[in-house]
Ligand binder design. Structure first.
Ligand code: IVH
Length: 690
């Protein structure tokens, strides 16, 4: 990757003047109301184009040009900052970072002692002034020299304590943002109260900070990335803030009770070489999709106070820090339509049809919308400009409409009153709507799925043939296939003696398929091939599966409480179909699997242990059946049940056992979306090994 990112081409003075005007308006909106008509990528491209034009035509530079200014020159605020709140220079590639670091080393005339590497949080910069340990004032960055007083927001920001753990007088600097959950909640509340939404978490944080009298409740989150001595700071603290390396200052800030940017990607926030920094950059970039808040880059800072002091500042940014920008994962595009699809199990799900847009390396044309309530909550209209989010393998999703870009031509999304496939009623009692006919609504698709290669593997049953079997009333589901007679089949159109015999033989052969294929053919919601294999191996017989409750299902690797509940409900619903299969003589056992009963017998070679393949971390005080067990004994238990015990939570952790007083590990697991269970729940899962 080169280090010269794309920019808008600007050919002449008129185009330049127009570009400056667009950028100034966008920047004012971004730092003011928080709603910019351009996404970050488009804005950055424009400013780079402006800067390139200015470099070639220095005498045409307009005074209001945003290029090279903090906050793009959007001037707001009347509270002067103690020390200017600067911006950061950017690099876009490993090569760009190496060049930047080499320049810094040349300037210093020595190697940099250590580097700190932190995520660059995508929110609003804020300064939080504490006197005697009490939060006394909150100020936005504004133009860098002065900002707005937003102290009225103090009670709404998690991670920014009203009182520090010690009565210090200091200024914390950091970013205020909304987590995904906070954003969803704020938008739902805002829609209900004032009928409009924020376009994305960043503008939601910006807008909420600026609002004085909130007609609805919002919650935001703070992460500190710096701390400064101010008037009144005691000498000892001032000396520590001045002399300690940045990473140690951040530990001190965390000790005072504030969230820190560094702690979002711990362990290991420092590196001693640029190659080591690049490894950390990769690690943080890999965590990005799993974080529940937005990051738009990674900040690399000379860690040692002496290196920072000697590197100094430019008018816009410190010379000791740089932002390694990551590709944008949010774009603005148009919502062209909403499609309603009926799935195999009768679930009716809306899908957004988008004007194709490139996000994080792939073209996005569709995005999930979970249900009608989701569409209403987001206040979407056909024709809207919408923000679309996609990171890594995450399924693209529509965040919100960009309300101020509406032209008046937008139309409401039509919510179907009947099943869009068969016209029967919709069961809207659950979050996910379903056709009241359930699987029967889409029988062709579920039969097709059941007979496909990976399930019953019945050759000669294409969609046309299945349609015909359903239309003539010979089958209503795939279990009916097993009772078809020669007479019935040969009577069908385009069916001869040979093809009839072949089809019936294929159906007969399918009866011998092992349980995992039979189970998979049922098309239980939330299970595919590999989950079906795990379930079949775990329970060994269909009888055991039918007898299992939610707790028993949770013993299967990868089944959490939510999925377990769905499994129980689905299997109950499928009882008539399963009964038919049993009566037809279809195989209901898994060869080679011992099942739970055998597994409990000592000395048996357990074929699938409950924690097989899982990396498990235990933290906090153990209770219930695990009460009094040392960490060592708990780890032993994890290993006996087939898992790997580990002491630190990372993206690779599969499960966290969190007891009373679980602290940062739990917070981290929550952020990474890792499954968390209590010691009691965990004991139930590994009961056979206690
Ligand atoms: S250090 C002198 N660290 O990014 C500025 N900034 O584009 C030192 N930001 O103004 C800033 N995460 O608002 C720093 N871990 C982090 C950050 C971070 C987000 C913001 C900050 C800054 C902007 C520059």
């Amino acid at each position: 990757m080169s280090d010269s990112p794309a920019r808008t081409e600007i050919g002449d003075l008129a185009a330049y003047a127009a570009a400056v005007q667009t950028a100034v308006a966008a920047s004012a909106a971004y730092y003011g109301e928080g709603d910019s008509p351009l996404d970050d990528d488009a804005f950055d491209r424009l400013v780079r184009g402006i800067a390139a034009y200015e470099a070639e035509h220095p005498d045409e530079v307009l005074p209001e040009s945003p290029a090279g200014k903090v906050a793009g020159g959007a001037v707001v605020g009347d509270v002067p900052h103690t020390v200017p709140m600067l911006s950061l220079d950017n690099v876009f590639s490993a090569e760009g970072l190496r060049m930047w670091a080499a320049r810094l080393v040349r300037r210093l005339g020595r190697e940099v002692a250590a580097w700190s590497v932190e995520p660059k949080l995508d929110g609003m910069a804020i300064s939080a002034r504490y006197r005697g340990g009490r939060l006394v004032r909150l100020v936005t960055r504004g133009d860098g020299a002065a900002g707005d007083d937003v102290s009225h927001c103090a009670g709404m920001i998690l991670g920014l304590p009203a009182r520090l753990a010690r009565p210090l007088t200091v200024e914390l600097r950091g970013e205020v943002l909304m987590t995904r959950a906070q954003f969803e909640a704020a938008n739902a509340a805002r829609t209900a109260a004032v009928g409009t939404t924020f376009a994305n978490p960043r503008s939601a944080a910006a807008g909420s900070l600026r609002t004085r009298d909130h007609p609805y409740k919002v919650e935001m989150t703070f992460f500190a990335y710096g701390a400064l001595p101010v008037d009144g700071t005691d000498d000892e603290t001032a000396a520590r803030l001045r002399d300690l390396p940045h990473s140690r200052v951040m530990e001190l800030v965390a000790g005072l009770g504030a969230n820190t940017a560094a702690a979002t990607s711990a362990p290991g926030t420092t590196a001693t070489s640029i190659e080591g920094v690049l490894e950390r950059v990769e690690e943080i970039a890999a965590l990005r999709a799993g974080l529940d808040f937005g990051i738009d880059g990674i900040v690399i800072k000379a860690d040692a106070a002496a290196d920072q002091a000697d590197a100094g500042l430019s008018s816009r940014a410190p010379r000791w820090a740089v932002a390694y920008k990551l590709p944008a994962v949010e774009k603005i595009t148009r919502l062209l339509d909403v499609e309603w699809n009926v799935g195999r199990t009768g679930v009716i799900a809306p899908r957004a049809v988008l004007e194709p847009v490139e996000v994080d390396g792939s073209t996005v044309t569709y995005a999930t919308l979970h249900n009608a309530a989701d569409i209403e909550r987001r206040g979407l209209m056909i024709g809207d400009h919408v923000t679309v989010y996609k990171a890594g393998d995450v399924i693209p999703r529509v965040e919100a409409p960009v309300v101020h870009l509406r032209s008046g031509q937008e139309r409401p999304v039509e919510i179907p009153a009947a099943c869009p496939r068969c016209g029967d009623e919709i069961d809207a009692s659950q979050q996910r709507w379903r056709c009241v006919r359930g699987r029967a609504c889409h029988a062709v698709v579920s039969v097709r799925y059941a007979v496909a290669r990976d399930q019953f593997d019945i050759e000669g049953l294409g969609e046309g043939r299945i349609d015909q079997l359903i239309a003539t009333g010979l089958i209503t589901d795939f279990a009916d296939l097993f009772t078809l007679t020669h007479e019935q089949v040969i009577a069908l159109d385009r069916m001869g003696e040979t093809s009839t015999t072949a089809l019936l033989a294929a159906i007969e052969g399918a009866k011998a398929k092992p349980l995992n294929k039979v189970f998979c053919a049922l098309g239980v919601r939330g299970t595919g091939r590999s989950m079906s294999r795990r379930i079949a191996r775990h329970f060994a017989t269909m009888d055991a599966i039918r007898a299992a409750d939610a707790a028993a299902f949770q013993e299967v690797e990868g089944v959490g409480p939510e999925r377990a509940a769905v499994l129980v409900a689905e299997i109950a619903e499928l009882a008539p179909l399963i009964d038919k299969l049993v009566a037809a003589g279809v195989t209901m056992t898994e060869p080679g699997a011992a099942g739970p009963a055998a597994r409990e017998a000592p000395g048996e070679d357990a074929p699938s242990l409950p924690l097989a393949g899982m990396s498990v971390v235990a933290t906090g005080a153990m209770s219930g059946p695990l009460d009094g067990l040392s960490r060592d004994r708990v780890n032993e238990l994890i290993e006996r049940a087939g898992g790997t015990a580990s002491s630190s939570v990372s993206a690779r952790t599969s499960l966290l056992v969190a007891g009373e007083r679980a602290g940062s590990k739990k917070a981290r697991a929550e952020r990474l979306g890792i499954e968390i269970v209590t010691p009691e729940e965990f004991a139930a899962r590994v009961a056979a090994f206690l």
